[in-house]
Design a protein around this ligand. Structure first.
Ligand code: ATP
Length: 246
C-alpha cells in the first residue's frame, strides 16, 4: 500500500469538515475522489500535502500512512523530498511573470529571484515536453499569456519536475474545453503507464474522472458514501443520479 488514510478527521477552527474518512491507494494506481462543491475534496488533499498555510485544515483524528509511515509525524517540507509526493493545486498557481521554462525550473529551485541558477534535470524537462509538446513550443512565453489548458499542463509539468512518483491533482478539468481536458488526461495516463506514477485525482466532473481512474470514492459532506471500481461507480444508480446527470 502506498497511501492509507484511516478514519481521518479534519477541522477548520472548531468546524469539522471531514468526519472520519478512510481510503487507500496502491503503488501505480489511478484513483479518484469525486464529490460536489464543498464535499471536502480540497480539504482532503490539503491534509495529505500538509501545506504550511494559515488557512490549512487541522487533522484532529485518524492517521495518514505513506509507505506504512505516519505522515502526521513528518515535517511538511520533507514530504516532497523524502516521500516524493507532489500536489497540483486547484487554480494552478503558476508564476505569470516567469516563462514556461522558468516555471519548470522553479519547481526544483524555489528561489524566484535566482531562478537562473537552477540546475534542471534535462531528462525530466524532456519528459515534460514530450508529454506536453505545447509547453515546449511556448517555453519562452510568460506564464500569464498561456491559455487555461496550457497553464494546467504547466502546473502538472512543475509537479513532475520534483521527481515525485505520487501526484495529487485538484480538479484538473476545471475550466478546460473538452478537447484540452482529454489531452490532459491522456498525458496523465501515459505518465502512469510509462513512468509508473501513482495518481490521485480529485474531481467534480465525475464522468471524466471515472473514465480516467480505475477506482474511486464518493465524498459527500465530509464522508465517503460509496467506493468501488470506476465501472461499479458509473453503474451505481445513486452515483448516476447525483453525479452523472441521471
Ligand atoms: P470545491 O469543489 O467547491 O472546492 P471541495 O469538495 O474541495 O469543494 P472543500 O474546499 O474541501 O470542498 O470544503 C469543505 C468544507 O470546508 C466546506 O464546507 C468549506 O466551506 C469548508 N472550508 C474550506 N476551506 C475553509 C477554510 N479555509 N476555513 C473554513 N472553512 C473552510
Amino acid at each position: 500500500m502506498l497511501l492509507e488514510v484511516k478514519d481521518l478527521k479534519v477541522s477548520y477552527g472548531n468546524i469539522e469538515v471531514l468526519h472520519g474518512i478512510s481510503f487507500n491507494i496502491d503503488k501505480g494506481e489511478i484513483v479518484t475522489l469525486i464529490g460536489a462543491n464543498g464535499a471536502g475534496k480540497t480539504s482532503t488533499l490539503a491534509s495529505l500535502a500538509r501545506l504550511p498555510r494559515p488557512e490549512a485544515p487541522v487533522v484532529t483524528g485518524g492517521d495518514i500512512l505513506y509507505e506504512g509511515l505516519s505522515m502526521l509525524k513528518t515535517e511538511p517540507h520533507t514530504l516532497v523530498q523524502r516521500h516524493m509526493m507532489a500536489l497540483v493545486p486547484e487554480g494552478r498557481h503558476i508564476f505569470g511573470n516567469l516563462t514556461v521554462e522558468e516555471n519548470l525550473k522553479i519547481a526544483t529551485y524555489p528561489n524566484r529571484k535566482e531562478v537562473n541558477k537552477a540546475v534542471i534535470n534535462a531528462e525530466t524537462v524532456e519528459m515534460v515536453y514530450s508529454l506536453f509538446p505545447r509547453l515546449e513550443e511556448r517555453r519562452k512565453q510568460r506564464g500569464e499569456l498561456l491559455s487555461g489548458g496550457e497553464q494546467q499542463m504547466l502546473a502538472v509539468g512543475r509537479a513532475l519536475m520534483t521527481g515525485s512518483n505520487f501526484i495529487m491533482l485538484d480538479e484538473p478539468s476545471m475550466g478546460l474545453a473538452p478537447k484540452l481536458m482529454y489531452e490532459m488526461f491522456r498525458a496523465l495516463r501515459q505518465l502512469n503507464q510509462i513512468k509508473h506514477i501513482t495518481i490521485l485525482v480529485v474531481e467534480q466532473n465525475a464522468k471524466v474522472a471515472l473514465e480516467f481512474a480505475s477506482r474511486g470514492y464518493v465524498l459527500k459532506t465530509g464522508e465517503i458514501i460509496v467506493q468501488g471500481s470506476s465501472d461499479e461507480l458509473a453503474a451505481n444508480p445513486d452515483v448516476k443520479k447525483a453525479y452523472l446527470g441521471g
